[in-house]
Design a protein around this ligand. Sequence first.
Ligand code: ADP
Ligand code: MG
Ligand code: MG
Length: 492
Amino acid sequence: MASLLADTSYPPSLDEESTLTTTLRDWALSHGLVIRAPLQTGEDTDELSTHVPLTLFPSPFPRKLFEEAKGLQTVFNELYVNVANDTEFLNEITKGLAGVDDFMADLWKLHLEVEKETKGKPTQPLTLGVFRSDYLLHTSPSVEPEIRQVELNTISASFGGLSARAADAHRFLLKSGEYPEIDSFSMSEDSMPENPSAKRLASGLAIAHKAYGVQDAVVLFVVQPGERNVFDQRWLEYYLLETHNIRVTRASLQEIAVSGKLDPENKKFGIYSKEVSVVYYRSGYTPADYPTPETWAARKQMELSTAIKCPSLATHFAGAKKIQQVLVEDEVLSKYCPDPRVRARISSTFAEILPLDADSALGKRARELIAVKPEKYVLKPQREGGGNNVYREKIPGFLASLPDETYWNGYILMELIEPPTDVTNLIIRNGKVTSGNVISELGIFGCVLWDTVSGDIKENFEAGWLLRTKFAESEEGGVAAGFGSIDSVLLI
Ligand code: ADP
Ligand code: MG
Ligand code: MG
């Protein structure tokens, strides 16, 4: 397997007297780099918080590829805007999912109901996208590392709040002299960049709020009840108030179902007697977020309103893994990205992704690959939030367990990206430090505000980054789910 580091002395080992771990933990707790502790049964401990899982050292990442990923974000923003605007195309895709994925079908049904009720003229033409495009480094013995896109999230892209702090934490350790001196490796403020994610995401929400045009209105954060990753969201709220003088209200879909009101006359959306300018979804991406018909109705009411949605139903849907799969096909991609040079940059980040239908050539190829070399692939359903994928040799048995082959259409087959295997780091979780080989996933945030009727893009910018790092033996990297940690980049 190819290596990322010519020098294997990174990260340097810590001697017995090192205070680095305590210093990092205390910095995290005192700077809001925290997560709510898991619920303990029988005790009233749900108000306890702990530091978020963190790497002790920033993980190495090639500077050129970091810049390339950042540079691609506005291009990806535009691509997904074009996809979200093509509701005919999205409608076609849904037909393939109807009957095999109820959740995606229900989301699209809601979109169609809203389109019908508004007679195709949206009450609010502006939509805000807060996206995150995720990459792993791909290596092979003969090839220099490249970035490969894991997925692009169009709803509830998280960790922009905490991720900025993680870069600050590592920079603090550097400045305070906690990192041991190593001759061969340059740890410097230049190779450990600041991360503007929290501030820029807040700016994205503020731009949408201003476009709505009512200063006293509130940005509604739609959240999950009992969210553990609440402080990540709070940072955006604090920047909105402190930098932009904009207030935030938090409510779950259940609470909105009870207290949210769509004015039948002017179509304004209100909650707790406040007008809502922007609906920012940090919930609503998984079936569990909709426990009652009233929660679906609440989403519909907001969609029907003049509030700017982040994201709209169509934009949410554009982030489906099925869409990612069809965009790999050049004739589809060229429809939404006509410039061949830009298209080449985009598709250079694509891994092989195939559908699983019984009829198309690609579907047939996928079936062959599963039979011959399943160990090179991951199977993904149309779900978000981690923990839903099926890996390697488990794929054939899993597919065989589905009621019948039509259900295979609800999945995509993706080539496994092969990250460098020679990177090690230490991760602190609940105060305990573990070391080992690690894999890092780079996420680049992007904000885009556009007019869905005219197609005009009003704002489009890259909004900082996230580095999540997990031990190499763990297949998924969810931080809140207990697999991963927050990291920052050491540019090499
Ligand atoms: P989700 O929307 O649930 O986050 P992802 O597509 O991001 O779904 O998959 C979850 C995790 O699975 C990723 O963060 C990554 O760790 C791993 N993963 C997904 N696709 C691949 C791939 N093609 N190669 C290697 N690992 C992958
Ligand atoms: Mg996702
Ligand atoms: Mg993901």
